[in-house]
Design a protein around this ligand. Structure first.
Ligand SMILES: Nc1ncnc2c1ncn2[C@@H]1O[C@H](COP(=O)(O)OP(=O)(O)OP(=O)(O)O)[C@@H](O)[C@H]1O
Ligand SMILES: [Mg+2]
Length: 402
């Protein structure tokens, strides 16, 4: 195992280089020359949290988010990926044979899960409905509209948000899925969920993908910064509830993902997507360190337990000590993964509190706790509100990051 001092040194180098605009981890292919950024886009009218997906008018300068060219099965007769033929700009190098599509989970298990539960019990939903009837919640509606507007804000170049935590099981994939769903719901430009945890990560399952084929590792040799969106989407999973997914594995134990592989692919993809949400491995994993150092915003997930908050506090101290500017673009999620959590949220918040770093509380939600695909319309009111607030906080910071 890597000694802590080593990963801290690595991160100092990676983060320092990224912040200084100097050398980043070098991608396998040279970055494209400076490109004209996609023009800032005007968001549609703000939608309240539970509103249906707004009708979107296509932006002539950007491919439509929900209807890019239909995913294509890359040409099986093309040149082998590791034996690359000379590239012309924009040309995609395709591996000799497309990998077999692999099911994300045994369908019998998904059946055994039963139908999705609602995040809030029926009695609470009925109570909330009655309260709304008695006194329409103008303030709540106003807040939701303001947050929705923040989530829809235009970006001049694609923003990358890295989600990580100190330990496994903190809720990284759940939070990454919530963010991907929220941005895909509200935004007009394409949104990508990028899995960067090759250890049999759960992002594809959480985002409702049924099968996966191409992985981050496959695409490292294939994509260049010049690859067109219409070619890129042939390698991605188009999600039924909006947005795109690139998984890190085909559900088999394989090689860990290298930080450089992640960076090569993230760099090639990010200009096609208004927002890319990265589901990282846990710290001090190599990908998490690379992603922390190169993302426009960082989301640290802290389990709402004494040890989870204590550990995350240490990570924050370490991160802000190394890189004071990280307070400008870090958000902490205090996540209750169990209904039996007893840690007082106010105390936990105060313990994690750091000027400029918001702490957003994600409550225990029955729908999230059930496992399986996350459906926005099944989330409890509190979890849905938190997802929107978190998406607004993280994107606001990412947009301000140069
Ligand atoms: N707010 C929540 N409410 C209910 N259950 C939750 C919540 N957040 C996470 N969970 C549950 O906690 C478990 C761990 O979550 P998740 O898989 O997202 O963690 P992770 O950090 O991605 O784990 P890993 O390190 O293994 O990738 C899952 O079973 C998930 O359903
Ligand atoms: Mg995970």
């Amino acid at each position: 195992m890597t000694a802590p001092s080593d990963w801290q040194r690595d991160l100092i180098r990676e983060v320092g280089a990224a912040e200084a605009g100097g050398e980043r981890p070098r991608p396998a292919t040279p970055p494209a020359p400076a490109r004209t950024p996609a023009p800032a886009r005007t968001p549609g009218p703000a939608q309240p949290a539970a509103a249906p997906v707004p009708a979107r008018s296509p932006d002539p300068a950007q491919p439509a988010p929900r209807s890019p060219a239909p995913p294509r099965t890359p040409d099986p007769a093309a040149t082998p990926g590791r034996d690359l033929a000379p590239r012309s700009s924009g040309e995609v190098q395709r591996p000799a044979s497309a990998p077999e599509a692999a099911p994300v989970a045994d369908p019998r298990l998904l059946l055994a899960l039963g139908s999705p539960r609602h995040g809030d019990p029926l009695a609470r939903r009925a109570g909330a409905g009655l309260r709304r009837l008695a006194a329409p919640a103008a303030k709540e509606a106003g807040d939701a509209a303001r947050l929705a507007e923040a989530v829809q804000q235009p970006v001049t170049t694609g923003r990358v948000l890295a989600v990580t935590s100190l330990r496994g099981g903190a809720g990284k994939s759940t939070v990454a899925a919530l963010l991907t769903r929220t941005y895909a719901h509200y935004r007009h430009d394409p949104v990508l969920g990028l899995e960067a945890d090759a250890a049999l990560g759960t992002l594809p399952l959480r985002l409702g993908a049924r099968t996966v084929r191409w992985t981050v590792g496959d695409l490292a040799d294939v994509l260049t910064p010049e690859t067109r969106l219409t070619d890129v989407t042939g390698y991605l999973v188009q999600l039924e509830e909006g947005g795109w997914l690139l998984p890190a594995s085909r559900g088999q134990v394989g090689n860990p993902l290298a930080g450089r592989t992640y960076y090569t692919v993230a760099l090639a993809l990010r200009r096609h997507f208004g927002v890319t949400v990265v589901d990282c491995d846990s710290l001090p994993g190599q990908v998490a360190r690379t992603a922390l150092g190169t993302a426009h915003a960082r989301v640290l997930v802290a389990p709402a337990t004494a040890e989870g908050v204590h550990g995350t506090r240490q990570v924050l101290d370490w991160l802000l000590g190394l890189l004071p500017a990280a307070r400008e673009n870090t958000v902490v999620v205090l996540n209750a993964t169990s209904p039996d959590a007893t840690l007082d949220p106010a105390t936990a918040r105060a313990h994690l509190g750091e000027p400029g770093v918001p702490v957003v509380l994600l409550p225990y939600d029955r729908h999230l706790g059930q496992g399986g695909p996350v459906h926005t319309d099944h989330l409890g009111e509190a979890a849905r509100g938190t997802a929107l607030r978190l998406a607004a906080e993280a994107l606001g910071r990412a947009v301000r990051t140069r």
